[in-house]
Design a protein around this ligand. Structure first.
Ligand code: PLP
Length: 429
């Protein structure tokens, strides 16, 4: 590996202009030490930093790149789209084309709105739920992350958890007060909250497969309880599938649990690496959005033609066979990791659902945020850096998820298992 001198200098320069040197906190590697790697380009399953180092990438822009970097077809279609203009602020048929694909893949989304990020999708879905039910309280789960809008930055996962911030300074007390939080997978706590406050709760928002405290699947009983309690009390159920959509399964986590939420939010893969978010669901609820209804939502770049093209060219390449192949690769990788951890006597819990996977230095079980916090985070930081030295780029926090693409090769996967083995041997001795 070349020294990462260029990245170091680029970071010093960037730090003059951006707080912490980055435009999104977990990119800074603050939790694992060292400076972030500045990326020059990516192709397939690999990224290349500005010092000329090559890495097998499992971060994949934090999920969107299910076809890997610079997929030939996506690049070709984007080039064609950019020639025609980058934005009109008027409707295009591309928006309807992408909407039809989304509805056919996730049928609970009968009607939708395109936005430019997952944060906008969840923020807008919450406003819609509040407006539709005429209630103000919401329920979220500790360690679930739904983007950085005020109501949702309470007991959140991802960077909020990595940097140990419960509720961000700047979130008005009243908004935090309107957000009930309960431990993930805690059925009794959900029932108790709805028994006591059900008629005040506009919605429950949940990551059905949590991916922002590592991967932690919701249990069937937990999600069934959420469905029945929200229905019983006239609250809406929002599945935040910004991460799990097209990742946990082709048809989303909701297809794995056979649960129909009232609203779903999507992001990441749905834009194929361009800025797209979606919120949608029951037609009677979505019809309350302006200008059909009175609940306000808008966006200068919503449904942007380049972003729509990124989504269309990605989604049209997805199918059940491709998922079977990607899931097979995740199985091989995670089995390999467990095996080398056993051989090296390293306590580990490895979770994976569909194309999402993560590992905790923790003997387990890991079912909620409190369990994740018991993991050996110091060991994780050292381990992460050992992987980097061996050309393996994984999420720089235990409160994040790794992903798989259609482009990862058997060679990539074997190299990764070997790197885990070498790093464990080095750090255990
Ligand atoms: N919801 C979930 C489940 C996410 O994982 C994320 C981002 O990681 C978001 C919402 C926010 O999406 P964005 O970062 O595009 O605003």
């Amino acid at each position: 590996m070349n020294p990462t001198e260029n990245s170091k200098n680029a970071y010093i320069e960037a730090s003059k202009y951006f707080p912490g040197g980055v435009n999104s906190p977990v990119r800074a590697f603050k939790n694992v030490g060292g400076n972030p790697l500045f990326i020059d380009h990516g192709k397939g399953s690999h990224i290349f930093d500005i010092d000329g180092n090559e890495y097998v990438d499992y971060v994949l822009s934090w999920g969107p790149l299910i076809l890997g970097h610079a997929d030939d077809e996506v690049v070709k279609e984007l080039k064609g789209a950019v020639e025609k203009g980058t934005s009109y602020g008027a409707p295009t048929t591309l928006e309807t084309d992408l909407a039809k694909m989304i509805t056919s893949i996730v049928p609970s989304i009968e009607m939708m709105r395109m936005v430019s990020s997952g944060t906008e999708a969840t923020m807008s879905a919450i406003r819609l739920a509040r407006g539709f039910t005429n209630r103000e309280k919401i329920l979220k789960f500790v360690g679930n992350y739904h983007g950085h809008s005020d109501s949702l930055l309470v007991d959140a996962g991802s960077g909020v958890a990595t940097f140990d911030i419960n509720t961000s300074p700047g979130v008005p007390k009243d908004l935090a007060y309107d957000t009930y939080t309960v431990a993930y997978n805690d059925i009794d706590a959900v029932k108790e909250l709805f028994d006591n406050h059900g008629d005040e709760i506009a919605c429950a928002i949940v990551e059905p497969i949590a991916g922002n405290m590592g991967v932690i699947p919701g249990t069937q009983a937990f999600l069934d309880t959420l469905r029945s309690e929200t229905t019983k009390h006239g609250s809406l159920l929002i599945f935040d599938e910004v991460m799990s959509g097209f990742r946990a399964a082709f048809h989303g986590a909701q297809s794995l649990y056979n649960i129909t939420p009232d609203l779903t939010t999507l992001g990441k893969v749905v834009g194929g690496g361009l800025p797209v978010g979606v919120f949608g669901g029951r037609k009677d609820i979505m019809s309350e959005i302006t200008p059909a209804g009175k609940i306000y939502h808008a966006g200068t770049l919503s449904g942007n033609p380049l972003a729509m093209t990124g989504g269309i060219s990605t989604l049209k390449q997805l199918n059940d066979d491709l998922y079977a192949q990607m899931i097979g690769k995740v199985d091989t990788l995670t089995e390999g990791i467990k095996k080398v951890a056993d051989q090296n006597n390293v306590p580990i819990t490895v979770h994976h659902v569909g194309t999402m996977w993560s590992y905790f230095f923790n003997a387990g079980p890991v079912n909620n945020f409190a369990d994740v916090q018991k993991s050996d985070q110091k060991f994780f930081a050292k381990f992460f850096n050992e992987l980097i030295k061996q050309g393996i780029y994984t999420a720089p926090s235990e409160f994040e998820t790794n992903f798989m693409t259609s482009k990862h090769t058997d060679g990539d996967i074997q190299k990764t298992i070997t790197a885990f083995d070498v790093a464990m041997k080095k750090l255990r001795n």
